[in-house]
Design a protein around this ligand. Sequence first.
Ligand code: XMP
Length: 509
Amino acid sequence: KILILDFGSQYTQLIARCIRELNVYCEIQPCLSPVVLDSSIKGIILSGSPFSVNDPQAPKVDIKELASQVPVLGICYGAQHMAQYFGGEVAKSNHREYGRAIMEHQDKEEALFYDISEKSQVWMSHADTITRLPEAFEIIAHTGSIPVAAFKCKTLTQYPIFGLQFHPEVTHSLEGKQILRNFLVHICKMSQDWTPAAFVQETIARIQQEVGDKKVVMALSGGVDSTVAAELIHKAIGSNLYCIFVDNGLLRKDEFESVLDSYKHMGLNVKGINAKDMFYGELNGVTDPETKRKIIGRLFIEVFQQEANELKDISFLGQGTIYPDVIESVSVNGPSATIKSHHNVGGLPEKMNMKLVEPLRFLFKDEVRRVGKEIGISDIFLARHPFPGPGLAIRILGEITPEKVALLQEADAIYIDGLKESGLYNQVWQAGTILLPVQSVGVMGDERTYEFTVALRAVTSTDGMTADWAHLPYEFLAKVSNDIINKVKGINRVVYDISSKPPATIEWE
Ligand code: XMP
C-alpha cells in the first residue's frame, strides 16, 4: 500500500481517491502519528498543508528515516518540507500562485514524467515557494513563474525522493493522475491490482479468519453501507450472521416491508421488528430537535440490545462504518490531531462487550457502491439517497404524531416517485419532504381549507458536508405540488427550499 501522511491539506482525501482510482490501495494517517514502516508500505506521500514550513508550529517528519525504506513524494507543503529539511530555503512568494499554470519538463527519461506532455497544465495553490534547493536536488520541471515546479534527489537518502509544487490530485492538473501513476508504478514498483473484485476476495477471507465459527449480529438500516457490509459478512460466514431491521415508525412509506422483502431475497437472515408504538410513545409531546435525536438513538439501542441478548453466544457486532467516518484529519488550528470518531450505532460496542466487524472501514462511499455492484447488490440499495438515522422525526418540525407521519409519508412518496419517474432521482444527491408546523388558508372548489404546508428539499452534493439546492425544473415542481395538494388531504400548500449548505443544513432539524 501507499501511505499518505496528512499535513492538513483540503486535498488529502483527493490524493487518496486518485490513487485508489488507479487501483492501488492507500491509507491516510495524520502526519504526527508514528509511522510503522512495515513491508506492506511501498511508498509514502506527504500532503499539502495550511501551514507555512516557516511557522514555528509547522508539523515536520523525519524524511530521511521515511526514505530509508521506500520512495517518498512530497506535494506542495510536502515538497517544501523536503527542500527545507535538507538545507534549502522556502520563502513567501513575491506573487502568490493560485490556479492554472503550465509545467514544462525536458528530460524524456524522467520516470515521474513518462507520457507527460512537455508542456502540461497543472494546478497551483501556494503562498510560499522554494527559493533555494539543496545542492544534491535536481530540478525536473518549472513553470513560467517559478523555477522549481518539481524536483528529485537520489543521493541523500536510500530511496529516491520527489517533490511537486503543484497538486497532481486535482482534475485541473490535466495529466496529474498519470504523474501519480508514474510514481506508483515506475518508482514504487507497484502493480495496479487493487480492484473491487480483489477487495471482496480479501475481505471475505479476512472476515472468515477473524470471526471463525463465531456469530455476528448486525443492525440494518436499508442504506447502502449497512447493506453492503452485511452482504460481505454473509458471504464470509453465511447463516452465522444475524441481522436486525427495526421499524421505528419513522421510515418512508412502505419502506419497512419493501426493504425487508429485498433483504430476504438476498438470502440474509433478517429479523424485522415492529417498534413503532414504543418510538411514538416516547416521542409524544417532544418538539426539541436534539431531544428527538437522543430519544431515538437511545430507543434504538434498547431494542437492538434486547434482540441481541435473545440470540445466544454472539461475539461480534457488524457495522457499516466507512472511511470518512474514521479518518483522523490534522486540525488546521494546530498540529495536534483532531479525531473524528463515529459509530453507525453509537454507544453499542462499548455497552455490549462485543468485538467489531467493519468490512467497509477503509472505503469511500463511491467505492462501497462499486463493491456492492461487484457482489450483485441491487440498485434498489446502491442508488438510494442517504436517509438520516432519526428518519422522518427530523422532517416533522415540532411534535410528532402517527397522523403527521402518515401525512408526510404520502406527500414524500409522491415527490420521490415523481423524481424517479422523471429521471431526476439519480441527478440529485438527496431529496426529501418536510412537514412544517404551520397551517394556512386555501380554497378547494368552493370550500375554504386550513391545512398544513410541506417543503420539498433536493440538493446536489458530493459528501453532504456542503450542498447546493438542486435546480429542479419548474414543470416538475408544478406537477408534484399539484399532485400533493390534490391527493393528500391535510396539505394545501407546497414550497421549495432554495437554501444551500452552508449556511443552511440539508435537514431542517
Ligand atoms: P445536515 O442536515 O447536517 O445533514 O446538513 C448532512 C447529511 O447527514 C444526514 N444526517 C444524518 N444521518 N443520522 C444519520 O445517520 C443523523 O442523525 C443525521 N442527521 C443528518 C442528512 O440526511 C444528510 O445526508
